[in-house]
Write a new protein. Structure first.
Length: 671
């Protein structure tokens, strides 16, 4: 017979389950931004009928090399059904630790039972003696500071006076507070530690604008420079963008260089694809000579900062055949049986001008360290935001190692994953440390698709780790809706992106100038794409969407409801080609309701069924909505209203919901 070993201490009776937030059982940190209040909930219970106490323990990150900070504790409040809740504020970047501890509390149990005995008119003389012993034990635990005070309370409970009067004293809140400060936690249960990764506010609320520096020249035919981009900054700022993203700025290879519209033979003046990185002038640590110098780049970073704009660089871990690493580190590339290096392919597409790095190389440690060197190099130039090209084609383990290490050195660095791939892979990259990710928004075009997708992105468990950044277009993606939907569809997709998600971006000036011709029918690639050639953009072209973009971005800045993905709610519209949704700020003080037509041609008029709790309104009382697109104000009442949209004027209405007289709507129940 084999006896099962006894537990370390069978008197430890408290159970802690379903602690939130947590990601994959604590394998990865949940994500928040600086200044957030983190709400922690847990199921805490024990066998029997004893009272259970639960506390939230939290400590902020220590500086590199410093001793860990001490733990702060907050008593958790019971929510019913053995669920408890408490909260802590995150005021520092980095990884915060937290856990939940619980125990069966003899004093709380005794006090609760005493209340019931008094109410039943029972003799409590013996119970008071039991309580006095519990107070004596607390005095022994407390040390010199509170021991005398607790000793006085113990004498009171043992006194010769009226038992009923002593019982009332035993229930005194001062004694309760004192006992709560000195509980018996010898048999407490502590849940395994969990983490919250705290990042800059711009990981949650950011507005991105992508442009090719080489096309920023005001002179047709001249290669643009960083100084031309500096001259473009006022335009970007006026549009309301706070992140300016530049495709790769490195030297471009000449071997197998692609020409306009991706033809395989480039002409003498064709500039090549910026993602074909590397030439005799250098690789990922170098700057394309025609863009300018390192000092020019630093000046661009400074001037952008003065305009309230963060500069984002592309981190594309791949090489042209002319990259110095091809010669210096041949083992970093996969070779074919004929001795040639394997170029990038996505059959039937071939990218002969690009060599992927081989992350299964025997020298993978050297390759990982080189990637880290690239990131550190550009951080030293003032860059704190990176858009990472195709991270899903590189090892998961490398990203966790790289991002974790960089964040310990520079906790304000932001990484955006350009990962148009399968959902589980996108989510894994987010868990590994990517602050934001591109999404499927571009291909979610009908009402049901949009509703289902954004409900998934903005509710736990996904919202605890995934930061969506939605783009209606990119240099690689000109969706059919933009090819055929005309001006109204460009407007609708912009407004959907800017209001559904707190972070969004556009590839410009192609977007505001409504470039919509594909290279070939059925393709999503632009005709005359500036990936392959210089483009000159007439920013003053009549009909530009720039004024609309500026207005929408101003609305985003002025309304906290649009600066978070929390509290997104969809409302029922009877028209299948009209979508209605609202957002409410975390404090409930700002409420935005958007109604967008998905039909770019015909006017729509449809009943809208409101959800009062999502809007913070009482449906029985009148309230006001201001259309922030045209400034008109309407008085509404009830849960059903009629809304009209004419795409010839504007395919969307963005309403600010407020109480009569212009004040914000009240927070709804449970806000």
């Amino acid at each position: 017979m084999i006896d099962e070993p006894l537990p370390q201490d069978g008197r430890r009776r408290t159970v802690i389950e379903r602690v939130s937030p947590q990601v994959d059982g604590g394998r990865f940190p949940a994500k928040r931004v600086i200044g957030d209040t983190v709400i922690v909930e847990a199921d805490v219970f024990a066998d029997g009928h004893d009272e259970v106490v639960a506390v939230l323990r939290h400590r902020r990150p220590a500086a590199p090399g410093a001793e860990p900070h001490g733990w702060s504790e907050t008593r958790m409040e019971p929510l019913g059904n053995d669920r408890f809740r408490a909260a802590f504020d995150v005021t520092h970047l980095g990884r915060h630790e937290f856990t939940v501890a619980g125990w069966t509390d003899d004093w709380e149990t005794w006090r609760h039972d005493l209340e019931k005995r008094i109410a039943a008119g029972q003799d409590v003389s013996v119970d008071l003696l039991i309580g006095a012993k519990l107070v004596d034990a607390a005095a022994a635990r407390s040390g010199c500071g509170a021991a005398a005070n607790l000793g006085t309370w113990a004498l009171t409970l043992r006194g010769d006076g009226n038992a009923e009067a002593r019982a009332r004293l035993a229930l005194d809140t001062d004694l309760l507070d004192l006992m709560r400060r000195h509980p018996d936690r010898s048999q407490e249960t502590i849940h395994p530690f969990l983490e919250i990764g705290v990042e800059p506010i711009r990981t949650r609320f950011s507005t991105w604008y992508e442009l090719f520096p080489r096309s920023a020249s005001p002179e047709p035919g001249r290669h643009g420079t960083f100084r031309d981009v500096i001259a473009r900054l006022p335009y970007v700022a006026e549009l309301g963008f706070d992140v300016l993203y530049l495709p790769p700025i490195h030297p471009i290879g000449s071997t197998f260089r692609k020409g306009p519209n991706n033809v395989e033979t480039a002409g003498p003046g064709d500039p090549g694809v910026p993602w074909a990185i590397g030439s005799p002038e250098g690789g990922h640590l170098a700057i394309h000579p025609e863009l300018g110098s390192a000092d020019d780049l630093r000046e661009l970073v400074r001037e952008a900062g003065k305009a309230g704009i963060a500069l984002a660089l592309d981190l594309a871990i791949q090489a042209s055949p002319d990259h110095p690493a091809v010669r210096e580190h041949p083992s970093w590339f996969r070779h074919r049986p004929d001795g040639s290096v394997q170029y990038a392919e996505n059959p039937p597409k071939k990218y002969q001008d690009i060599y992927p790095f081989d992350f299964e190389s025997e020298d993978w440690p050297g390759l990982w360290q080189h990637v880290r060197e690239i990131v550190r190099h550009w951080i030293d130039h003032g860059i704190r935001t990176f858009r990472v090209d195709n991270p899903h084609t590189k090892p998961f383990a490398m990203w966790e190692w790289l991002i974790g290490g960089i964040r310990r050195e520079h906790p304000d660095v932001v990484f955006l994953a350009e990962a148009f791939t399968r959902p589980k892979i996108m989510y894994r990259l987010a868990k590994l440390g990517f602050s934001q990710s591109y999404t499927y928004f571009t291909w979610r075009t009908n009402k049901d698709e949009i509703t289902e997708y954004f409900t998934e992105l903005t509710t736990p468990p996904v919202s605890d780790f995934f930061g969506p950044n939605v783009w209606p277009n990119t240099p690689d993606i000109l969706h059919a809706t933009l090819q055929h939907g005309g001006r109204a569809m460009f407007q609708a997709r912009l407004i959907l992106a800017a209001t559904l998600a707190s972070s969004y971006g556009i590839y410009g000036p192609a977007f505001e100038l409504m470039e919509h011709i594909p290279r070939e029918p059925g393709m999503e690639e632009y005709l005359d794409s500036e990936k392959y050639q210089l483009r000159h953009w007439d920013l003053d072209r009549p009909g530009s969407l720039a004024p609309l973009i500026a207005r929408v971005n101003r609305i985003r800045r002025e309304h906290p409801a649009l600066q978070s993905n929390a509290n997104l709610a969809f409302h029922v519209m009877e028209d299948d080609f009209a979508l209605a949704f609202s957002k409410r700020s975390p404090d409930g003080g700002d409420v935005i309701l958007a109604v967008v037509s998905l039909d770019p041609v015909y006017p729509r008029r449809s009943p809208l069924h409101l959800t009062p709790t999502a809007l913070g309104i009482n449906a029985d009382e009148p309230f006001e909505v201001e259309d922030l697109m045209d400034g008109t104000v309407e008085a509404w009442q009830g849960e059903r209203v009629e809304v009209s949209i004419d795409p010839a004027v504007c395919p969307a209405r963005i309403f600010h919901v407020r109480a009569p007289g212009g004040s914000a709507a009240r927070p709804g129940p449970g806000a």
